[in-house]
Design a protein around this ligand. Structure first.
Ligand code: ATP
Length: 255
């Protein structure tokens, strides 16, 4: 199986001499093509720091990271912006849709910027609209659709270029439970049918139970990882809650 992300001995320190804070300590992680991986851990554990580094928004203090075979630590800013555009897809908690464009225009924007032919764009948008159940809202503007629909539109835009790696930061954080389930089911479909590789940071054990593997970070270090293997989502949810209980903090999410 092809390795999509490989991180070796990644460390991240904030601050200056005399006032240093180590946010990540010696992180080693490998993610294969087609995996759906969750990252969990208490507040301040280092989840966002790690995701920002994988997103190429921040750089590690030391360590090596390759994504789809390319060393992202040594890349210059010009190459990085190209790399982000072609290889990465981002889904954030707050959608980041452009209000002056329709849902369809938002989704096709990355393809239009890459000068993909119109007929191909049309075909791709339709495929994705079906996968994320948003066909009926394609011509609406973001302020006329619900939060759940906005997030499914944002996810559609993130994957329209067929990125090597999809990075999601608390994608269900602002959604009610029904909308969250809709998004999580869409991401699972994308993972299963298109072998999309997804890395998702979440506080929510229910969201994490849709993943195939969940990595727990504590105090900037890898603490434990769980594999779903043949388990049902409900059983996996139970195991995730047990690890969270070990890490401390009350989690009383619904199954
Ligand atoms: N730019 C920064 N300068 C200094 N310290 C930082 C910076 N960014 C993060 N930190 C610290 O690094 C640690 C890890 O932060 P991070 O945001 O990665 O945690 P997290 O696990 O994502 O937390 P949360 O679940 O609350 O979002 C925290 O103690 C935080 O205060």
């Amino acid at each position: 199986m092809k390795t999509i992300l490989q991180a070796n001995n990644v460390n991240k320190t904030f601050g200056t001499k005399g006032n240093l804070y180590t946010a990540l300590k010696n992180i080693n992680l490998s993610i294969s093509e087609g995996e759906y991986v969750g990252i969990m851990g208490p507040s301040g554990a280092g989840k966002s720091t790690l995701l920002n580094i994988f997103s190429t928004i921040d750089t590690p203090s030391s360590g090596e990271i390759t994504i789809d075979g390319q060393n992202i630590v040594s890349m210059n800013e010009e190459k990085l912006s190209d790399f982000r555009r072609h290889k990465l897809g981002f889904i954030f908690q707050d959608y980041n849709l452009l209000d002056t464009l329709t849902v369809k225009e938002n989704i096709l924007l990355p393809l239009a910027l890459s000068k993909v032919p119109a007929a191909e764009i049309e075909k791709r948008v339709e495929e994705i609209a079906d996968m994320f159940s948003i066909r009926e809202i394609l011509d609406k503007y973001p302020y006329h659709i619900s939060g759940g629909q906005k997030q499914r539109a944002a996810a559609s835009r993130a994957i329209v270029t067929n990125p090597s790696l999809i990075l999601a930061d608390e994608p269900t954080g602002a959604l009610d439970s029904k909308s969250a389930t809709g998004l999580l089911e869409s991401l699972s479909r994308l993972n299963q049918h298109n072998q999309a590789t997804i890395l998702m940071v979440t506080h929510d054990a229910y969201a994490a139970s849709f993943c195939n593997r969940v990595i727990f970070i504590n105090d900037g270090q890898l603490f434990k990882e769980l594999h779903k293997d043949g388990m049902t989502r409900k059983a996996f949810f139970g195991q995730i809650l047990e690890v969270l209980a070990m890490l401390g903090g009350g989690h009383h999410d619904a199954v």
